[in-house]
Design a binder for this molecule. Sequence first.
Ligand SMILES: Cc1ncc(COP(=O)(O)O)c(C=O)c1O
Length: 450
Amino acid sequence: MGVLSGPQTGDLRTPDGRMMSMGIHQELTARTRAVLPSWLALYYDEPIAIDRGEGRTVWDLEGNEYLDFFGGILTTMTAYSLPEVTAAIAEQAAKVLHTSTLYLNQPMIELAEMVAEMSGIPDAKVFFTTSGSEANDAAMLLATSYRKSNQVLALRNSYHGRSFTAIALTSHRSWSPTGYSGLSVHYVQGPYKVRSPYKDLSDDAFVDAAVADLQQVIDMMTSGDVACMITEPIQGVGGFATPPDGFFKAFKDVLDQYGILFVSDEVQTGWGRTGEHLWGYQAHGITPDIMTFAKGIGNGLSIGGVIARAEIMDCIGANSISTFGGNPLVTAGALANLKYLVEHDLQGNAFKQGSRLYEGLLPIAEETPWILELRGRGLMLAIETVEPGTTQPDSRRAGRLMEETRKRGLLLGKGGLYGNVLRISPPMTVTEEEIDTATAIIAASVSVID
Ligand SMILES: Cc1ncc(COP(=O)(O)O)c(C=O)c1O
Protein backbone atom coordinates (compact mmCIF):
# COMPACT_ATOMS: atom_id res chain seq x y z
CA MET A 1 0.00 0.00 0.00
CA GLY A 2 1.36 3.44 -0.89
CA VAL A 3 1.47 6.62 1.13
CA LEU A 4 -2.01 7.53 2.30
CA SER A 5 -3.51 10.83 3.31
CA GLY A 6 -6.84 12.07 4.60
CA PRO A 7 -9.67 10.02 6.09
CA GLN A 8 -9.45 6.46 4.87
CA THR A 9 -10.86 3.03 5.11
CA GLY A 10 -9.33 -0.24 4.02
CA ASP A 11 -10.55 -3.72 3.13
CA LEU A 12 -9.38 -6.98 4.63
CA ARG A 13 -10.39 -10.59 4.21
CA THR A 14 -11.79 -12.68 7.04
CA PRO A 15 -10.13 -16.10 7.57
CA ASP A 16 -12.85 -17.66 5.36
CA GLY A 17 -12.13 -15.25 2.53
CA ARG A 18 -15.00 -12.73 2.87
CA MET A 19 -14.16 -9.05 2.39
CA MET A 20 -14.69 -6.89 5.47
CA SER A 21 -14.59 -3.17 5.57
CA MET A 22 -12.65 -1.50 8.33
CA GLY A 23 -11.12 1.84 9.14
CA ILE A 24 -7.52 2.32 8.11
CA HIS A 25 -6.39 2.29 11.74
CA GLN A 26 -8.06 -1.04 12.34
CA GLU A 27 -6.51 -2.43 9.19
CA LEU A 28 -3.02 -1.17 10.07
CA THR A 29 -3.41 -2.57 13.59
CA ALA A 30 -4.16 -6.02 12.18
CA ARG A 31 -1.21 -5.83 9.78
CA THR A 32 1.07 -4.61 12.58
CA ARG A 33 0.07 -7.51 14.82
CA ALA A 34 0.71 -9.94 11.95
CA VAL A 35 4.16 -8.79 10.89
CA LEU A 36 5.79 -6.76 13.68
CA PRO A 37 6.97 -8.10 17.06
CA SER A 38 4.41 -8.62 19.81
CA TRP A 39 6.64 -6.68 22.22
CA LEU A 40 6.36 -3.48 20.18
CA ALA A 41 3.61 -1.98 22.34
CA LEU A 42 1.00 0.35 20.84
CA TYR A 43 -0.90 3.08 22.67
CA TYR A 44 -4.71 3.12 22.91
CA ASP A 45 -7.42 0.47 22.71
CA GLU A 46 -7.78 1.51 19.07
CA PRO A 47 -4.27 2.48 17.91
CA ILE A 48 -3.79 5.46 15.63
CA ALA A 49 -1.33 6.31 12.83
CA ILE A 50 -0.10 9.89 12.72
CA ASP A 51 -0.16 11.16 9.18
CA ARG A 52 1.24 14.68 9.53
CA GLY A 53 2.02 17.39 12.02
CA GLU A 54 2.42 21.14 12.22
CA GLY A 55 3.61 23.04 15.28
CA ARG A 56 2.25 21.04 18.21
CA THR A 57 -0.74 19.63 16.30
CA VAL A 58 -0.92 16.26 14.54
CA TRP A 59 -3.55 14.61 12.36
CA ASP A 60 -4.16 10.89 12.13
CA LEU A 61 -4.95 8.88 9.00
CA GLU A 62 -8.68 9.04 9.72
CA GLY A 63 -8.55 12.84 9.80
CA ASN A 64 -8.71 13.38 13.58
CA GLU A 65 -6.77 16.32 15.00
CA TYR A 66 -4.80 16.20 18.27
CA LEU A 67 -2.67 18.47 20.36
CA ASP A 68 0.46 16.40 20.88
CA PHE A 69 1.82 16.63 24.43
CA PHE A 70 4.21 13.70 24.11
CA GLY A 71 6.09 14.60 20.91
CA GLY A 72 6.87 11.02 19.90
CA ILE A 73 8.48 10.36 23.32
CA LEU A 74 10.04 13.82 23.83
CA THR A 75 11.62 13.68 20.41
CA THR A 76 9.79 16.34 18.44
CA MET A 77 11.60 18.92 20.53
CA THR A 78 10.91 22.20 18.72
CA ALA A 79 7.85 21.64 16.51
CA TYR A 80 6.40 19.50 13.75
CA SER A 81 7.23 20.72 10.22
CA LEU A 82 9.45 23.50 11.55
CA PRO A 83 10.29 25.38 8.31
CA GLU A 84 13.93 26.00 9.33
CA VAL A 85 14.54 22.29 9.95
CA THR A 86 12.61 21.12 6.90
CA ALA A 87 14.57 23.53 4.68
CA ALA A 88 17.95 22.43 6.10
CA ILE A 89 17.07 18.75 5.53
CA ALA A 90 15.82 19.41 1.98
CA GLU A 91 18.89 21.45 1.12
CA GLN A 92 21.29 18.79 2.43
CA ALA A 93 19.29 15.96 0.84
CA ALA A 94 19.63 17.64 -2.53
CA LYS A 95 23.42 17.72 -2.12
CA VAL A 96 24.53 14.47 -0.44
CA LEU A 97 22.91 12.17 2.15
CA HIS A 98 25.91 10.22 3.30
CA THR A 99 29.66 10.30 2.95
CA SER A 100 30.92 8.16 5.94
CA THR A 101 33.33 9.24 8.66
CA LEU A 102 36.24 8.69 6.26
CA TYR A 103 35.80 12.21 4.94
CA LEU A 104 35.54 15.58 6.62
CA ASN A 105 31.92 16.39 7.34
CA GLN A 106 31.16 20.10 7.65
CA PRO A 107 27.73 19.97 9.34
CA MET A 108 29.00 17.30 11.77
CA ILE A 109 31.99 19.45 12.74
CA GLU A 110 29.81 22.53 13.21
CA LEU A 111 27.28 20.61 15.30
CA ALA A 112 30.04 19.02 17.43
CA GLU A 113 31.49 22.46 18.13
CA MET A 114 28.10 23.77 19.18
CA VAL A 115 27.25 20.75 21.33
CA ALA A 116 30.69 20.71 23.00
CA GLU A 117 30.37 24.41 23.84
CA MET A 118 26.84 23.97 25.24
CA SER A 119 27.71 20.84 27.26
CA GLY A 120 29.51 22.59 30.11
CA ILE A 121 32.13 19.80 30.05
CA PRO A 122 35.65 21.27 29.89
CA ASP A 123 37.82 20.37 26.88
CA ALA A 124 34.88 18.43 25.46
CA LYS A 125 34.87 16.13 22.42
CA VAL A 126 31.75 14.69 20.79
CA PHE A 127 31.02 11.37 19.05
CA PHE A 128 27.75 11.04 17.14
CA THR A 129 25.64 7.90 17.05
CA THR A 130 22.24 7.02 15.60
CA SER A 131 20.34 6.60 18.87
CA GLY A 132 20.35 7.05 22.62
CA SER A 133 21.06 3.37 23.21
CA GLU A 134 24.13 3.51 21.03
CA ALA A 135 25.21 6.73 22.76
CA ASN A 136 25.04 4.96 26.12
CA ASP A 137 26.96 2.00 24.67
CA ALA A 138 29.65 4.43 23.58
CA ALA A 139 29.67 6.01 27.05
CA MET A 140 30.21 2.57 28.60
CA LEU A 141 33.00 1.83 26.11
CA LEU A 142 34.71 5.06 27.18
CA ALA A 143 34.21 4.63 30.93
CA THR A 144 35.20 0.96 31.07
CA SER A 145 38.24 1.51 28.84
CA TYR A 146 39.38 4.60 30.73
CA ARG A 147 38.98 2.96 34.13
CA LYS A 148 39.91 -0.56 32.99
CA SER A 149 36.94 -1.99 34.88
CA ASN A 150 33.65 -3.54 33.79
CA GLN A 151 31.86 -2.57 37.00
CA VAL A 152 29.12 0.01 36.67
CA LEU A 153 26.61 1.60 39.01
CA ALA A 154 23.14 2.51 37.79
CA LEU A 155 19.98 3.65 39.56
CA ARG A 156 16.91 1.62 40.37
CA ASN A 157 13.94 2.48 38.11
CA SER A 158 16.31 3.58 35.31
CA TYR A 159 15.96 3.22 31.53
CA HIS A 160 18.95 3.64 29.23
CA GLY A 161 17.87 1.96 25.99
CA ARG A 162 17.40 -1.31 24.16
CA SER A 163 20.89 -2.39 23.06
CA PHE A 164 22.43 -5.28 24.96
CA THR A 165 24.56 -2.92 27.05
CA ALA A 166 21.80 -0.38 27.61
CA ILE A 167 19.40 -3.11 28.77
CA ALA A 168 22.00 -4.11 31.36
CA LEU A 169 22.01 -0.52 32.67
CA THR A 170 18.22 -0.50 32.83
CA SER A 171 16.53 -1.29 36.13
CA HIS A 172 12.92 -1.59 35.14
CA ARG A 173 11.22 -4.98 34.85
CA SER A 174 9.04 -3.97 31.90
CA TRP A 175 12.10 -3.04 29.83
CA SER A 176 14.59 -5.70 30.99
CA PRO A 177 14.08 -8.76 28.75
CA THR A 178 17.45 -10.28 29.61
CA GLY A 179 19.89 -10.41 32.48
CA TYR A 180 22.91 -11.29 30.33
CA SER A 181 25.63 -8.68 30.08
CA GLY A 182 29.37 -8.21 29.82
CA LEU A 183 29.07 -5.46 32.39
CA SER A 184 28.83 -6.05 36.10
CA VAL A 185 26.06 -3.63 37.07
CA HIS A 186 24.81 -2.80 40.55
CA TYR A 187 21.75 -0.64 41.07
CA VAL A 188 21.55 1.90 43.87
CA GLN A 189 18.56 3.79 45.24
CA GLY A 190 17.43 6.38 42.70
CA PRO A 191 15.11 9.37 42.98
CA TYR A 192 11.89 7.33 42.99
CA LYS A 193 10.81 7.31 46.63
CA VAL A 194 7.25 6.00 46.27
CA ARG A 195 6.98 2.42 47.61
CA SER A 196 10.67 2.50 48.65
CA PRO A 197 11.82 2.01 52.23
CA TYR A 198 12.49 5.77 52.25
CA LYS A 199 9.02 6.91 51.17
CA ASP A 200 8.24 8.87 54.34
CA LEU A 201 11.56 10.69 54.64
CA SER A 202 12.07 14.42 54.10
CA ASP A 203 14.18 15.40 51.09
CA ASP A 204 17.31 15.89 53.18
CA ALA A 205 16.89 12.60 55.04
CA PHE A 206 16.16 10.84 51.73
CA VAL A 207 19.40 12.14 50.18
CA ASP A 208 21.34 10.93 53.25
CA ALA A 209 19.68 7.50 53.05
CA ALA A 210 20.38 7.18 49.31
CA VAL A 211 24.03 8.15 49.85
CA ALA A 212 24.30 5.53 52.61
CA ASP A 213 22.85 2.96 50.20
CA LEU A 214 25.37 3.98 47.51
CA GLN A 215 28.23 3.67 49.97
CA GLN A 216 27.06 0.23 51.04
CA VAL A 217 26.70 -0.99 47.46
CA ILE A 218 30.25 0.15 46.65
CA ASP A 219 31.62 -1.45 49.82
CA MET A 220 29.68 -4.71 49.72
CA MET A 221 29.17 -5.44 46.04
CA THR A 222 32.13 -4.06 44.12
CA SER A 223 35.89 -4.23 44.32
CA GLY A 224 36.03 -0.43 44.59
CA ASP A 225 37.50 0.22 41.14
CA VAL A 226 34.08 0.86 39.57
CA ALA A 227 34.22 2.45 36.10
CA CYS A 228 31.26 4.80 36.34
CA MET A 229 27.83 5.59 37.59
CA ILE A 230 25.17 6.31 34.94
CA THR A 231 22.11 8.38 35.84
CA GLU A 232 19.10 10.07 34.29
CA PRO A 233 18.73 13.46 36.04
CA ILE A 234 14.95 12.88 35.86
CA GLN A 235 13.99 9.27 35.17
CA GLY A 236 12.01 9.33 31.92
CA VAL A 237 10.53 5.89 31.30
CA GLY A 238 10.47 5.47 35.10
CA GLY A 239 7.70 8.08 35.23
CA PHE A 240 9.60 11.37 35.50
CA ALA A 241 10.88 10.48 38.97
CA THR A 242 12.59 13.68 40.06
CA PRO A 243 15.28 13.86 42.76
CA PRO A 244 15.67 16.76 45.16
CA ASP A 245 18.20 19.36 43.94
CA GLY A 246 21.70 18.41 45.02
CA PHE A 247 20.94 14.65 45.08
CA PHE A 248 23.67 13.88 42.55
CA LYS A 249 26.17 16.24 44.19
CA ALA A 250 25.87 14.11 47.32
CA PHE A 251 26.42 10.99 45.17
CA LYS A 252 29.36 12.53 43.32
CA ASP A 253 31.12 13.41 46.56
CA VAL A 254 31.23 9.66 47.30
CA LEU A 255 32.13 8.64 43.73
CA ASP A 256 35.01 11.13 43.63
CA GLN A 257 36.71 9.37 46.54
CA TYR A 258 37.13 6.32 44.28
CA GLY A 259 37.69 8.12 40.96
CA ILE A 260 34.39 6.68 39.67
CA LEU A 261 33.26 8.61 36.57
CA PHE A 262 29.82 10.25 36.48
CA VAL A 263 27.76 9.76 33.31
CA SER A 264 24.67 11.91 32.82
CA ASP A 265 22.15 10.42 30.39
CA GLU A 266 20.44 13.58 29.11
CA VAL A 267 18.45 11.83 26.38
CA GLN A 268 15.17 13.13 27.83
CA THR A 269 16.30 15.98 30.11
CA GLY A 270 18.63 17.77 27.69
CA TRP A 271 18.39 21.02 25.73
CA GLY A 272 16.46 23.03 28.33
CA ARG A 273 13.35 20.89 28.63
CA THR A 274 13.52 21.06 32.44
CA GLY A 275 13.15 24.84 32.18
CA GLU A 276 15.52 26.02 34.88
CA HIS A 277 18.57 24.47 33.29
CA LEU A 278 19.94 23.53 29.89
CA TRP A 279 20.93 20.12 31.29
CA GLY A 280 19.33 18.07 34.01
CA TYR A 281 22.69 17.65 35.78
CA GLN A 282 22.83 21.40 36.44
CA ALA A 283 20.17 21.12 39.16
CA HIS A 284 22.80 19.32 41.22
CA GLY A 285 25.80 21.65 41.10
CA ILE A 286 28.04 19.11 39.36
CA THR A 287 29.76 18.64 36.01
CA PRO A 288 29.61 15.10 34.60
CA ASP A 289 32.66 13.41 33.12
CA ILE A 290 30.57 11.99 30.28
CA MET A 291 27.14 12.97 28.94
CA THR A 292 24.84 11.32 26.41
CA PHE A 293 22.08 12.83 24.30
CA ALA A 294 19.65 11.79 21.52
CA LYS A 295 15.89 12.21 20.86
CA GLY A 296 15.19 15.98 20.79
CA ILE A 297 18.37 17.20 19.12
CA GLY A 298 17.26 15.71 15.79
CA ASN A 299 13.57 16.60 16.13
CA GLY A 300 12.88 13.15 14.67
CA LEU A 301 16.11 12.58 12.74
CA SER A 302 18.07 9.57 13.91
CA ILE A 303 20.87 11.13 15.94
CA GLY A 304 22.43 10.69 19.37
CA GLY A 305 25.86 11.16 20.81
CA VAL A 306 28.31 11.11 23.66
CA ILE A 307 30.32 14.02 25.03
CA ALA A 308 33.39 13.57 27.24
CA ARG A 309 36.54 15.33 28.31
CA ALA A 310 39.19 14.82 25.62
CA GLU A 311 41.39 12.58 27.82
CA ILE A 312 38.43 10.20 28.26
CA MET A 313 37.14 10.38 24.69
CA ASP A 314 40.62 9.77 23.28
CA CYS A 315 41.46 6.81 25.55
CA ILE A 316 40.12 4.26 23.04
CA GLY A 317 43.04 2.29 21.64
CA ALA A 318 41.48 1.09 18.38
CA ASN A 319 39.46 2.49 15.53
CA SER A 320 35.74 2.88 16.10
CA ILE A 321 33.10 4.27 13.75
CA SER A 322 29.35 4.53 13.42
CA THR A 323 28.50 4.31 9.71
CA PHE A 324 25.43 6.51 9.94
CA GLY A 325 26.30 8.36 13.16
CA GLY A 326 26.31 12.10 12.47
CA ASN A 327 25.92 11.77 8.71
CA PRO A 328 25.48 15.03 6.76
CA LEU A 329 21.68 14.74 6.54
CA VAL A 330 21.01 14.32 10.26
CA THR A 331 23.65 16.79 11.41
CA ALA A 332 22.42 19.49 9.00
CA GLY A 333 18.87 19.03 10.32
CA ALA A 334 19.98 18.85 13.96
CA LEU A 335 22.07 21.98 13.54
CA ALA A 336 19.08 23.94 12.24
CA ASN A 337 16.95 22.53 15.06
CA LEU A 338 19.44 23.45 17.77
CA LYS A 339 20.00 26.94 16.36
CA TYR A 340 16.24 27.51 16.40
CA LEU A 341 16.08 26.32 20.03
CA VAL A 342 18.83 28.71 21.12
CA GLU A 343 17.71 31.70 19.03
CA HIS A 344 14.12 31.43 20.29
CA ASP A 345 15.06 30.74 23.92
CA LEU A 346 12.99 27.58 24.10
CA GLN A 347 14.51 26.80 27.48
CA GLY A 348 12.89 30.03 28.72
CA ASN A 349 9.62 28.95 27.13
CA ALA A 350 9.89 25.52 28.77
CA PHE A 351 10.23 27.24 32.14
CA LYS A 352 7.32 29.63 31.52
CA GLN A 353 4.89 27.16 29.99
CA GLY A 354 5.97 24.34 32.29
CA SER A 355 5.19 26.52 35.31
CA ARG A 356 1.80 27.42 33.83
CA LEU A 357 1.02 23.76 33.19
CA TYR A 358 2.09 22.78 36.69
CA GLU A 359 -0.06 25.49 38.27
CA GLY A 360 -3.03 24.46 36.13
CA LEU A 361 -2.68 20.77 36.96
CA LEU A 362 -1.92 21.12 40.67
CA PRO A 363 -5.50 21.78 41.84
CA ILE A 364 -6.71 18.84 39.71
CA ALA A 365 -4.08 16.57 41.28
CA GLU A 366 -4.88 17.79 44.78
CA GLU A 367 -8.63 17.29 44.41
CA THR A 368 -8.44 13.83 42.83
CA PRO A 369 -8.16 10.96 45.33
CA TRP A 370 -6.60 8.60 42.77
CA ILE A 371 -3.81 11.00 41.78
CA LEU A 372 -0.89 10.37 44.15
CA GLU A 373 1.34 13.15 42.89
CA LEU A 374 2.12 15.65 40.19
CA ARG A 375 5.87 15.84 39.68
CA GLY A 376 8.62 16.86 37.29
CA ARG A 377 10.27 20.01 36.01
CA GLY A 378 9.58 22.40 33.15
CA LEU A 379 7.93 20.62 30.24
CA MET A 380 8.50 17.21 31.79
CA LEU A 381 5.54 16.67 34.13
CA ALA A 382 3.90 13.48 35.30
CA ILE A 383 0.77 12.35 37.12
CA GLU A 384 0.92 9.08 39.09
CA THR A 385 -2.34 7.21 39.59
CA VAL A 386 -3.12 4.95 42.56
CA GLU A 387 -6.03 3.23 44.25
CA PRO A 388 -7.57 6.05 46.34
CA GLY A 389 -6.09 6.40 49.79
CA THR A 390 -3.23 3.96 49.08
CA THR A 391 0.02 3.83 47.11
CA GLN A 392 -1.25 0.79 45.20
CA PRO A 393 -0.49 1.51 41.51
CA ASP A 394 -3.61 1.94 39.38
CA SER A 395 -2.79 1.32 35.73
CA ARG A 396 -6.52 1.01 34.89
CA ARG A 397 -7.20 4.66 35.70
CA ALA A 398 -4.00 5.72 33.93
CA GLY A 399 -5.20 3.83 30.85
CA ARG A 400 -8.62 5.45 31.07
CA LEU A 401 -7.08 8.88 31.36
CA MET A 402 -5.05 8.19 28.20
CA GLU A 403 -8.24 7.17 26.36
CA GLU A 404 -10.35 10.08 27.66
CA THR A 405 -7.75 12.73 26.79
CA ARG A 406 -7.31 11.23 23.36
CA LYS A 407 -11.08 11.31 22.79
CA ARG A 408 -10.94 15.04 23.54
CA GLY A 409 -8.00 15.63 21.18
CA LEU A 410 -4.92 15.43 23.41
CA LEU A 411 -2.07 12.91 23.17
CA LEU A 412 -0.14 12.10 26.34
CA GLY A 413 2.47 9.47 27.22
CA LYS A 414 2.55 6.66 29.75
CA GLY A 415 5.36 5.41 31.96
CA GLY A 416 6.32 4.17 35.39
CA LEU A 417 7.16 0.66 36.50
CA TYR A 418 3.48 -0.29 36.70
CA GLY A 419 2.20 1.72 33.71
CA ASN A 420 0.41 4.02 36.12
CA VAL A 421 2.11 7.32 35.30
CA LEU A 422 0.93 9.82 32.69
CA ARG A 423 3.78 11.73 31.06
CA ILE A 424 3.20 15.24 29.73
CA SER A 425 5.99 16.68 27.59
CA PRO A 426 4.94 18.80 24.62
CA PRO A 427 7.34 20.27 22.04
CA MET A 428 9.17 23.22 23.57
CA THR A 429 7.53 25.85 21.33
CA VAL A 430 4.19 25.16 23.05
CA THR A 431 2.05 28.27 23.56
CA GLU A 432 0.10 29.55 26.55
CA GLU A 433 -3.15 28.87 24.72
CA GLU A 434 -2.16 25.26 24.03
CA ILE A 435 -1.17 24.76 27.67
CA ASP A 436 -4.59 26.02 28.75
CA THR A 437 -6.38 23.80 26.21
CA ALA A 438 -4.46 20.73 27.39
CA THR A 439 -5.10 21.56 31.05
CA ALA A 440 -8.84 21.88 30.36
CA ILE A 441 -8.86 18.56 28.50
CA ILE A 442 -7.06 16.80 31.37
CA ALA A 443 -9.50 18.34 33.90
CA ALA A 444 -12.52 17.23 31.83
CA SER A 445 -11.07 13.74 31.39
CA VAL A 446 -10.26 13.33 35.08
CA SER A 447 -13.81 14.40 35.97
CA VAL A 448 -15.42 11.48 34.08
CA ILE A 449 -13.21 8.79 35.67
CA ASP A 450 -14.59 7.29 38.89
C1 LIG B 1 16.96 8.32 29.22
C2 LIG B 1 17.04 7.49 27.98
N1 LIG B 1 18.22 7.00 27.58
C3 LIG B 1 18.35 6.28 26.47
C4 LIG B 1 17.26 6.01 25.68
C5 LIG B 1 17.42 5.16 24.45
O1 LIG B 1 17.32 5.96 23.33
P1 LIG B 1 16.94 5.26 21.92
O2 LIG B 1 15.55 4.78 22.02
O3 LIG B 1 17.15 6.40 20.95
O4 LIG B 1 17.94 4.19 21.70
C6 LIG B 1 16.01 6.49 26.03
C7 LIG B 1 14.81 6.21 25.21
O5 LIG B 1 13.68 6.36 25.59
C8 LIG B 1 15.89 7.25 27.22
O6 LIG B 1 14.70 7.71 27.62
